[in-house]
Design a protein around this ligand. Structure first.
Ligand SMILES: [Cu+2]
Length: 120
């Protein structure tokens, strides 16, 4: 092997080690966050924002304001938000289950409002 070959191989090894260390220890460094969402549900058919993204073990607070009485159901975590028109209803939970998208629906009609996504 020529010197330049050895040099290139050494660089490749160093880059792989650096990327590996970043991937391995990157997760351990992530500190769970408190993540609040203020969402608005309109007519039991739409939710803004419709996609809620968090990381596993974050503490998630969802504050829902709906213009109708009813129930907003977060699947996967099985949390029910009993809405009263114009009032905020909140639930706080730890996002222990990774994955999704977990459906958020208007329970009485099963209308899909949005999703919760929990990154591992
Ligand atoms: Cu449901």
């Amino acid at each position: 092997m020529s010197r330049s070959r050895i040099f290139i191989v050494a660089i490749v090894i160093v880059v792989f080690a650096a990327v590996g260390a970043y991937l391995l220890f990157g997760n351990h460094r992530r500190i769970p966050q408190n993540v609040p969402f203020d969402v608005t549900v309109t007519d039991g058919t739409t939710m803004q924002p419709s996609e809620l993204k968090v990381n596993q073990n974050d503490t998630v607070t969802i504050n829902i304001t709906s213009n109708m009485d009813g129930e907003v159901h977060l699947h996967g975590y099985d949390i029910a938000f009993d809405t009263k028109a114009g009032q905020v209803v909140s639930h706080t939970f730890k996002a222990t289950i990774s994955g999704g998208p977990f459906d958020i629906e208007w329970e009485s009609t099963s209308a899909h409002l949005g999703d919760l996504i929990v990154n591992p």
